[in-house]
Design a binder for this molecule. Structure first.
Ligand SMILES: [Zn+2]
Ligand SMILES: [Zn+2]
Length: 349
C-alpha cells in the first residue's frame, strides 16, 4: 500500500509498504479522506508538537473517514463494509484514569499520527474496532472528518458548563473556534463575541450567528480586552474559549472575564509556554480548564449531525488530491485562499 511519510520538517514523500497485519479486536480501514489539523501543521513544520518529537520518517494525520474492509478475531462481521468515523485516541483501558472514565488523560494513551502510532495519510489503517463509529449515509465524508475537532469542541463546551443566557467570548475563529460557535448555536439566549485577526473568518462567524465580531489589528492587548468586555457588557465574559494558542489570546483570556468566569484553553501554544496574569485570575476567582482532546463526545456529535442540528461539513473549504498534499499543507499553513479545514482525498493518487 502507499503512504505519505513526513521525512523531515516540511518534506513529505510517498513510499510503499505491506498492508499491516490485522490483530484480534482490530479492523482494517481503507482510508477515504483525511483532514489537516493544526497539530499536523505543528508536526509538518517543526517535527514536534509541545514536548512530543518525531524522530525519523513518520506518517502523520488523525482526522479521517474510511470503509472497513476486514475485521480481526472477536469483531462482529457486521462491521465489514461500514463507512466509519475514527476516534484517533487509543487509551490503555486498564489504568485508574481509564477505569474511572477519564480516558483522555490516560498516561500511556496512543494517538493516530503521533509516535509511535502511525497516522492516517496512508491507504490502509489498522485500528481498534471499538474506536470506529459507523456513519449513516446522510453524513458526508467531509462532515465525518470534521467530526474529530467538533468532538473536542464539545468536550470544551461541557467542561466550562455553558448555560443559556451567558456572555461568551471566543478568541480565535479557526477550526476549533468555529466548532465551538456551531455548538453554542444550540443554546438559547447567549451573547457571543468572536475575535480573530482574519476578516474572512469573522465574516463566517457573523453568518453563523455571532452577536459581535472584533478584529484586533495592531491594537494593544489592553485595548482589545476593553473592546471585548464592552461588546459583552456586564463586566465581560462568563465563559471564554481560547482557541488560538497565541501569546495575545492566552494573556487576554483572563482579562476579558467577568468575576467567577470559566475559561476553556483549547489552543496549543507554539513555544509550549502560557503567560497570563495570576493577579487577574485570582482576584476574579476564575476557573480554568485545559482541554485535552475529546471525551466520549464523538458519538453525541454524530447524533447531532443525524438530527440535522450540526453540519461539520461547513468547516471544509478545500479538498486536495493525495498528490497535492504539500500544497494542501502550504495552503493551511499560510491561511491562503480563505482556507478553514482542508481535506486530502486519499482515493485520488
Ligand atoms: Zn485534529
Ligand atoms: Zn489508561
Amino acid at each position: 500500500m502507499r503512504r505519505i511519510v513526513l521525512e523531515s520538517p516540511g518534506k513529505l514523500v510517498v513510499d510503499e509498504v505491506d498492508v499491516p497485519e490485522l490483530g484480534p479486536g482490530q479492523a482494517l480501514v481503507r482510508i477515504a479522506k483525511v483532514g489537516i489539523c493544526g497539530s499536523d501543521m505543528h508536526l509538518f513544520r517543526l517535527g514536534r508538537i509541545g514536548e512530543i518529537r518525531i524522530e525519523g520518517p513518520f506518517v502523520i494525520g488523525h482526522e479521517c473517514v474510511g470503509v472497513v474492509e476486514e475485521v480481526g478475531h472477536g469483531v462482529s462481521r457486521e462491521l465489514t463494509g461500514a463507512r466509519v468515523a475514527v476516534e484517533p485516541a487509543i487509551p490503555c483501558g486498564r489504568c485508574r484514569w481509564c477505569l474511572t472514565g477519564a480516558v483522555n488523560v490516560c498516561p500511556t494513551i496512543g494517538f493516530l499520527g503521533l509516535p509511535p502510532t502511525p497516522g492516517a495519510f496512508q491507504e490502509y489503517l489498522v485500528h481498534p474496532a471499538h474506536l470506529l463509529e459507523p456513519l449513516a449515509d446522510g453524513i458526508s465524508d467531509a462532515a465525518a472528518v470534521a467530526l474529530e475537532p467538533m468532538a473536542i469542541a464539545m468536550n470544551a463546551v461541557k467542561l466550562v458548563k455553558v448555560k443559556p443566557g451567558q456572555r461568551v467570548a471566543i478568541l480565535g475563529t479557526g477550526v476549533m473556534g468555529t466548532c465551538v460557535l456551531a455548538l453554542l448555536s444550540l443554546y438559547r439566549g447567549l451573547r457571543v463575541v468572536c475575535v480573530d485577526l482574519m476578516a474572512d473568518r469573522l465574516e463566517r462567524a457573523k453568518a453563523m450567528g455571532a452577536d459581535a465580531v472584533i478584529q484586533p489589528g495592531d491594537a494593544a492587548d489592553e485595548e482589545v480586552a476593553e473592546r471585548i468586555r464592552s461588546a459583552l457588557g456586564a463586566h465581560g465574559a462568563d465563559v471564554v474559549f481560547e482557541c488560538a494558542g497565541a501569546p495575545q489570546t492566552l494573556w487576554n483570556m483572563c482579562e476579558v472575564c467577568a468575576p467567577g468566569a470559566h475559561v476553556a484553553v483549547i489552543g496549543s501554544s507554539h513555544d509550549d509556554r502560557v503567560i497570563f496574569s495570576s493577579g487577574t485570575t485570582r482576584r476574579k476567582g476564575l476557573t480554568m480548564r485545559f482541554v485535552r482532546r475529546s471525551l466520549h463526545t464523538l458519538a453525541p456529535c454524530i447524533e447531532l449531525c443525524e438530527r440535522g442540528l450540526l453540519s461539520p461539513e461547513d468547516l471544509v473549504t478545500h479538498t486536495f488530491g493525495a498528490g497535492d498534499i504539500e500544497k494542501a499543507f502550504e495552503t493551511v499553513g499560510s491561511y491562503a485562499d480563505g482556507v478553514l479545514k482542508a481535506l486530502v482525498d486519499m482515493a485520488s493518487w
